[in-house]
Design a protein around this ligand. Structure first.
Ligand code: FAD
Length: 377
């Protein structure tokens, strides 16, 4: 990739920078794990959408700007550098949308994407079950054929933002005789449907950032199946690869955090015992930026995301932990008073778990990239 940006790309970046400087809320919004904060984030995302900044890389007809992936990476850098709010609809925009672009019908794209772009519909991911987290193919929630659609029953858990979300996407066993990765169907479910119960789970900070979702004979119309019935695993891999490999955690997030860390270090009188780790975090964020630009180049040349997404996920999740631990070391006992760094540290600890744990990512790297023998399961 040529790292010298052409005039069109520079103009795009400048336009984004100018708009964000004028529009990012001066006061941070409340956490989107609270009812009030969730509502505030919806309003923010509709403002982003009004100015066509909510989904820049999507086609214009769905609310985007037809921006290239490179432009999207640059927009994300500007977004985080401006201190803009985290995206309440991140599971929809960065995980479900790429899945719909790859596997959805035109009708689904037209019906779902514009509302997602404006966060009129906020999406939750309903994959994990009490006995199926790392081993998602062991899931037991079912979808049974009925007139015009499916009847869904079972339980999902750890579903981020499901407490306040409108809809969820998930995998269900549609062939009762099937095992493991076969016989699964990828469905989109309205969380306000009859038979759905959402039970909030408080996180470490006490806010209901997760929820369990119970489905009791819930009707899901055929139009809300993504891909073919029984082929859900293949569709789910597109979602997982975007979660781990490109869109959920863009370099901008870590570049901005690394820059904040460098400022913190200077303000704290440049404590020598943390200097190497500050430099490592700064270099790590830039290495991730360059690696992502490599991924963008490959995708622009027609490649698809694959198991190398696991390398990516291991890298960003560990970078985030190290960066926040360094900040806490610099702050010392004051860390407790610096809410944003200690909150960020708590959340960073979840990075090696959500989206598939470290151990699972390492097994994928070992087996699918390095060709090592399969471990015992
Ligand atoms: C902040 C956060 C947000 C989340 N958001 C969502 C969400 O929105 N939607 C959703 O569906 N889920 C979500 N999850 C759940 C997440 O995907 C699971 O926690 C994760 O996949 C692990 O599953 P588990 O918790 O059931 O742990 P388990 O699968 O029970 O694993 C327990 C431990 O055993 C290890 N282990 C398990 N199997 C193997 C193996 N084969 N080889 C080696 N080690 C193994 C794991 O690595 C882990 O250390 C979220 C989790 C967190 C922390």
């Amino acid at each position: 990739m040529d790292l010298d940006l052409d005039e069109r790309t520079l103009a795009f970046r400048d336009e984004a920078r100018t708009w964000l400087a004028a529009n990012v809320p001066a006061q941070p919004l409340k956490s989107f794990d609270t009812a009030e904060g969730f509502a505030q984030h919806r309003v923010w995302e509709s403002r982003l959408a009004d100015a066509r900044w909510s989904v820049v890389s999507w086609p214009r007809e769905f609310g985007g700007r037809d921006a290239s992936l490179l432009e999207w990476v640059l927009f994300e850098e500007e977004y985080y550098a401006a201190g803009a709010p985290l995206r309440v609809n991140q599971n929809g925009i960065f995980m479900l949308a790429p899945t719909l672009f790859s596997h959805g019908t035109e009708e689904q794209q037209r019906r779902i994407l514009p509302k997602m772009a404006r966060s009129e519909e906020v999406w939750a991911q309903a994959w994990s079950e009490p006995e199926a987290g790392s081993d998602i193919a062991a899931l037991r929630s079912t979808a049974t054929r009925c007139d015009g659609g499916w009847r869904v029953s079972g339980q999902k858990t750890w579903s981020s933002r499901a407490t306040f979300a409108d809809r969820a996407f998930g995998l269900f066993r549609s062939d009762p005789d099937s095992v493991r990765h076969k016989g699964l169907t990828y469905l989109m479910v309205d969380l306000r449907s009859e038979g759905v119960t959402v039970r909030p789970i408080p996180q470490l900070d006490g806010e209901p950032g997760f929820a369990e979702i119970f489905f009791d004979d819930v009707f899901v119309p055929d139009e809300d199946v993504i891909g073919s019935p029984g082929e859900g695993w293949r569709v789910a891999m597109t979602t997982a690869n975007n979660e781990r490999g490109l869109s959920l955690r863009s370099p901008g997030r870590f570049l901005a955090a690394a820059d904040r860390l460098v400022s913190l270090w200077h303000d704290a009188g440049r404590p020598a015992h943390t200097a190497d780790r500050v430099a490592d975090a700064w270099i790590g964020a830039r290495a991730y930026q360059l690696y992502t630009l490599g991924t963008v180049t490959r995708l622009s040349d027609g490649a698809e995301l694959g198991p190398e997404s696991s390398v990516n996920k291991l890298f960003w999740s560990h970078l985030d932990v190290a960066l926040h631990e360094t900040a806490l070391d610099i702050l010392g006992p004051d860390a407790e008073l610096q809410g944003s760094w200690s909150d960020g540290w708590l959340f960073s600890l979840a990075g090696p778990i959500y989206g598939g744990t470290d151990q699972i990512q390492r097994s994928i790297v070992a087996e699918r990239l390095l060709g090592l023998p399969k471990g015992a399961r």
